[in-house]
Write a protein that binds this ligand. Structure first.
Ligand code: URA
Length: 224
């Protein structure tokens, strides 16, 4: 018997409208303590999605993910593989800061789930890099720790999911399986880069607008 056809990708949501809803969300108690909702940074139309855990102090103040020390390290490591924030999207599992940066609670993850799902449905990324335990468990739906998941590739629809350490773990140092977290992240970003560079051209993400001039092939195949 031939294998069943792959499940159809869900329709692309109106991401501007979903963002508008997120910015005034009161679905969970984190809304009461936040300064602002941290929706995303970078390019939600790119092929590479980084998923972190939740905003921290600086992110809550500035309304942007990964702007503190962990974010600066992430920027540096992105630069080492020739990428910057305009070529990737960066989001979190939770869009609001948990008090004292404690771990996300299951009810908070479930309340916030539709927002990350909408970001995934909109982007249809080729590569998803999950930073740490919470993003990894969200994407692969297994109660697995990052030390175990790291070094494996998983599939989410058409995307390759690459779990890696959270940059905050790299800032703390230590060694896991003979490697420092920072070197592990470096290796995983190189893998992400290879997956992107070797990917076949992708069909258009949405129906072409007949009123727009047609894009040339080289524009469509632009790296990101
Ligand atoms: N840690 C995260 O997981 N996300 C951020 O945005 C900042 C720090």
């Amino acid at each position: 018997m031939p294998p069943p056809p792959p499940p159809e990708a869900p329709p692309r949501p109106d991401i501007t409208e979903i963002e508008r809803q997120a910015l005034s969300c009161t679905r969970c108690p984190l809304s009461q303590g936040r300064t602002q909702v941290v929706w995303a940074d970078g390019n939600l139309d790119s092929d590479i999605l980084f998923i972190g855990e939740a905003p921290g102090f600086h992110e809550d103040k500035q309304g942007k993910p990964f702007v503190g020390a962990a974010g600066q390290l992430l920027d540096k490591l992105l630069g080492e593989v020739g990428l910057d924030r305009t070529q990737v999207a960066i989001v979190n599992v939770l869009k609001c800061r948990p008090p004292g940066n404690r771990d996300p609670q299951p009810n908070e993850i479930e309340s916030c789930r539709p927002f990350l799902e909408a970001q995934l449905d909109h982007m249809r990324p080729r590569v998803i890099i999950t930073l740490g335990n919470f993003a990894t468990r969200f994407m692969i739906e297994q109660p697995i720790g990052i030390t175990k998941a790291r070094g494996q590739k998983f599939k989410f629809r058409d995307a390759c999911v690459i779990p890696t350490f959270h940059p905050a773990a790299a800032l703390r140092g230590g060694r896991f399986g003979g490697m420092s977290p920072i070197d592990a992240i470096r290796q995983d970003l190189q893998l992400a880069r290879r997956v992107i560079d070797e990917a076949p051209p992708k069909p258009e993400k949405s129906e072409p607008d007949p009123t727009e001039p047609e894009e040339t092939e080289s524009e469509q195949l632009g790296l990101f």
